[in-house]
Design a protein around this ligand. Structure first.
Ligand code: HEC
Length: 140
């Protein structure tokens, strides 16, 4: 994971998501995370049509339409918060969307390959990579 990621706060990170080479790399890593952790609900191509997602009363969001629903601008900050689980996604009641911030953090803390003091940074890197990937899925 890139150490420089830890230098940026959540809001600053939204500004970071540009078309750089680093971004393309992050998106490729994010695609792997997406396949492992998101596709079951949100579908292989982000359309909200995953096998498990179909079982919910509240359908998983179509992740290709995030920009379209935000005046053509990718809502990076909102997406980051939704994935971390910091946002009250629904006005009322619970959401079926797992809290990935906690999940990645637990995974990092349990990994013998990761120094516990780096766990927060690793978590942040994973979330940002998947956000970069989601940005590449947006329909114009
Ligand atoms: C267990 C099923 C499930 C899994 C797995 C899942 N999600 Fe979700 N997700 C949902 C549901 C249901 C919603 C829609 C309801 C809501 O917004 O609370 C949602 C909403 C979202 C939103 C909010 C969209 C918006 O309009 O703001 C984002 C972003 C998102 N998911 C990203 C992800 C990512 C990235 C992953 C993988 C790391 C993931 N989800 C894995 C069920 C899931």
């Amino acid at each position: 994971m890139k150490p420089e990621l830890s230098l940026f706060c959540m809001a600053g990170v939204a500004a970071l998501l540009g078309g750089s080479a680093a971004h393309a790399q992050d998106a490729a890593f994010g695609a792997l995370i997406y396949k492992d952790h998101c596709a079951v609900c949100h579908g292989d191509t982000g359309g909200g049509d995953g096998k498990v997602g179909a079982l919910f009363t509240q359908p998983p969001a179509d992740l290709k339409l995030l920009s379209q629903g935000n005046n053509g601008v990718f809502p990076a900050e909102r997406v980051i918060e939704a994935i971390y689980g910091r946002r009250d996604i629904q006005a009322h009641g619970q959401t079926e969307m797992p809290i990935w911030g906690d999940y990645f953090m637990t995974e990092a803390l349990e990994s013998r390959l990761i120094d516990p003091k780096d766990a927060a940074m690793v978590t942040q890197g994973r979330v940002l990579s998947v956000v970069s990937y989601l940005e590449t899925l947006q329909v114009k």
